[in-house]
Design a protein around this ligand. Structure first.
Ligand code: FAD
Length: 397
């Protein structure tokens, strides 16, 4: 058995929560390593649509909820990073669109919701007309309204790749069964690596493992905090599609449809279809869900040619702090309890807030940077980079 390795912080999970936290901890001088059981870029992160929400989606109920207030600053905070003036330098990350759009159809319910949203969100959205509209809504068959939201949409695979380029030297692959936890001393991890065994001694653990937090908490003998899962059945459409980044307003508090696009090689584009259609799709099998997706596009964008478009679906459960009634949490979650900080961002957009709160927890717990950089001593391999969901599809229908 090799000599123990001491670090200040060990983070579990290499999605957006873990990678952002790792970057901020190392900036602050804490020697920090990240352990990932799968691929860097995470499970939910790599599946995200990349929208840096500014709250419009959350104002569709007609009231300014806590979620709307908390998320309002996120686009600017991310834009600062994207221009190299923020807490992280994300100048190499590709921005797919500087704006997200909202459109309403001529149905009454949808018009009403659009009205409430525009009144509430006046400073964050503006009606767009004529040639300022995305090309799809310049079609003469379209008779609804279009608003522009100050919400950028990021290329998530490029975001993951850039964070890994900057922080990958401190990220290590681990199979959970190779770690032995001691609930009495959470910072003391016994690790069996393929070549050796060693003890990793940390001042603090940060759980940023998304859905994996549940099992980690159990291994640490903790009953709280509790996690909830909210299932989604996402749709992907691939073919000669225009690039569109837009929510379609429905009569409910959730967008009827949220479309984001990812340009592939050649003229092909993948559309990610989320929103209400992905929530209600949980009850449908793949064939039914694709049929529902086609019907939704035919109803909302009847002039769009879907002849050469192929489809796939993907089920994924969002993992978040448990709320009463299983509702969507209003913001990110960070709590510190005897050597363990547990986090869920709720939204990719909230990762900067989550990482700041983790730093506050360390300071409040009196944890000071005091171990040199020991990443070179860790005898584990580097994890691979996560593949985007469209690259994982075996058959497009
Ligand atoms: C379909 C979809 C679309 C979304 N779109 C958006 C959007 O447009 N905008 C937005 O703001 N948010 C969006 N979200 C929400 C956002 O993706 C998540 O809130 C965020 O990515 C969660 O990040 P995370 O780091 O907590 O989790 P993850 O990205 O899942 O990362 C957790 C990591 O922990 C690892 N792990 C698990 N267990 C262990 C263990 N025991 N040891 C070590 N590692 C472990 C996993 O392998 C994984 O890599 C979307 C979510 C979904 C599902």
């Amino acid at each position: 058995m090799s000599a123990p390795i001491s670090v200040d912080v060990v983070i579990f999970g290499g999605g957006i929560a873990g990678l952002w936290t790792l970057a901020r901890r190392r900036q602050a001088g804490y020697s920090t390593i990240l352990l990932e059981r799968g691929a860097l870029g995470g499970v939910h992160t790599i599946a995200a649509q990349g929208i840096i929400h500014g709250g419009a989606k959350y104002a569709l109920t007609g009231t300014l909820s806590d979620a709307t207030q908390a998320i309002g600053d996120m686009p600017q905070r991310w834009r600062n990073c994207l221009t190299g003036e923020g807490e992280l330098d994300l100048r190499r990350v590709r921005v797919l669109s500087q704006y997200q759009h909202l459109w309403s159809t001529k149905g009454l319910g949808s018009r009403m919701t659009g009205f409430f949203a525009s009144k509430l969100m006046r400073s964050r959205m503006a009606a767009v007309e004529g040639l300022d509209r995305p090309e799809l809504f310049q079609n003469s068959a379209f008779s609804g309204s279009v608003y522009r939201l100050e919400e950028p949409v990021l290329d998530v695979p490029s975001l993951a790749a850039e964070l890994v380029r900057q922080q990958g030297d401190a990220c290590f692959a681990i199979q959970p069964e190779r770690i032995q936890f001691d609930p009495e001393h959470p910072g003391c991890l016994k690790i069996r690596s393929p070549a050796d065994s060693f003890t990793l001694q940390a001042q603090q653990l940060v759980l940023a493992a998304g859905a994996g937090n549940e099992a980690l908490l159990k291994q640490l003998g903790r009953k709280t905090p509790q996690m909830q899962r909210r299932p989604l059945h996402m749709l992907m459409a691939r073919g000669p599609l225009p690039q569109l980044y837009a929510h379609c307003l429905g009569a409910s508090a959730n967008p009827r449809l949220t479309i984001t696009s990812y340009p592939l090689a050649g003229d092909e584009v993948v559309w990610h279809l989320g929103g209400q259609v992905a929530e209600s799709g949980v009850a449908r099998d793949e064939r039914e869900h694709i049929a529902a997706g086609k019907a939704e596009l035919a109803a909302l964008l009847p002039w769009l040619d879907l002849k050469d478009v192929r489809w796939a679906t993907r089920r994924i459960d969002r993992a978040e702090i448990a709320t009463s009634g299983g509702k969507r949490p209003d913001s990110w979650h960070v709590d510190s309890d005897q050597g363990v900080i547990t986090t869920w961002p709720t939204k990719l957009a909230f990762a900067p807030c989550l990482a700041t709160d983790v730093l506050h927890c360390l300071e409040q717990d009196g944890i000071k940077p005091n171990n040199g950089d020991s990443t070179a001593l860790v005898d584990l391999s580097y994890p691979p980079l996560a593949q985007p969901p469209w690259d994982e599809v075996k058959i497009w229908n």
